[in-house]
Write a protein that binds this ligand. Sequence first.
Ligand code: SF4
Length: 469
Amino acid sequence: MPQTLFQKVWDRHAVRTLPNGQTQLYVGVHLIHEVTSPQAFEELEARGWPVAAPDRTIATLDHIIPTQGQARPFADLQAEAMTSALERHCRTHGIRLFDLASGAQGIVHVIGPELGLTQPGMTIACGDSHTSTHGAFGAMAFGIGTSQVRDVLASQTLAMSPSRVRRIEVNGHLGPGVTAKDVILTIIGRLGVQGGVGYAYEYAGNAIQRMSMDERMTVCNMSIEGGARLGYVNPDDTTVEYLRGRRFAPAGDAFDRAAAWWRSLASDPGAVYDDVVRFDAAAIAPTVTWGINPGQSVAVDGRLPHPRSVDARDRAGLEEAMAFMDLAPGQPIAGTKIDVAFIGSCTNGRLSDLRESARLVQGRRVAPHVRALVVPGSQAVRAAAEHEGLHEIFTAAGFDWRGAGCSMCLAMNQDRLHGREICASSSNRNFKGRQGSPTGRTLLMSPTMVAAAAIAGEVVDVRSWGGPA
Ligand code: SF4
């Protein structure tokens, strides 16, 4: 029987069926960070349990650490306490920690792939919703809660129910200025933030196949925002070449054997899906969210919807979002003034994102009323960007150039919105309060759109914008 990648990977990791009907699934790699692990370790230690597979557990610092002023102890007492706790737990249990001194610290979903820890056919778990990022490699990657982090630490397994599989095909050519971020925002906009509930998303079609691994990661990253349990892309030559020579990837003959196995995991021709949805790449425009969930978006040259145009059951949510954002039905999104510009996060904090943004920023200045920051996704991204001189382009334009971390994606550190500020953000969530101020407002868009908005001081269409040079 032809199988999907989901079925193949699931079957290979199923340990047994549990009495409640769920499957006990082996976890190949468990990624942990300073925010969702302390309580899990405490529960483990209270029961006297060891970590089941310390060699399959990898730790980093990302969520709360400051992106400037990184000398220890941190001025932020909570950041210091969480960092110290993770350091202590890793020492106690023999877990490898990529700390600030390692040169490999960064956002957990950025360092996993760049170190070659993320490989096709793996099951990966992490206490962060956007673990779906790793699906770009043909891995099955689950974002889990703190109690599940404890379970994985204790048993290296998870109790899971299988998902249905929806194939999302994107065919054709993306237009100039249209990015992977626009693709996933468009998918979520059409299918809805609940549309993927109960599903794993398989992204396919020639527009996805042409994407780089960075772009595929951007797409898979936001699967969870569309309600899907996870998202993945079938492994192919692009996947294999990305992994070749990475620190934790197999080497020599073992790499060739692994590559053959990785390729064999791709969904078989004739595999049966629970649903298939198709998108025309050429019809996708640079996309901007106007509301308080990632499904509330519009093409940059479009206008906000009118409450009359949506189902009665969605009307209240739409009106609530517009009232919160202080935007009106029928209003064009272009021209919306911004206060803050943030380029970073596990969605769009990779080297290619910084390169594209720097190209647009070069020779220009951030608008006087805008506070702009670039936060590389990892120390490796930061070092590579500095090697290329990208930091000089950004700082000359008036951007802050920061250390690696999650930063203003969730604003657990000092990088946050104040009051009613509006932020053009390359991150993945625009929920109320997500960027640190309960009344702050977030417009999600691609990093190049953020760069253009930073210079223009308002939302602009990157396709036609010349901008002040
Ligand atoms: S950048 Fe945001 S979404 Fe990504 S791991 Fe950090 S907090 Fe989570």
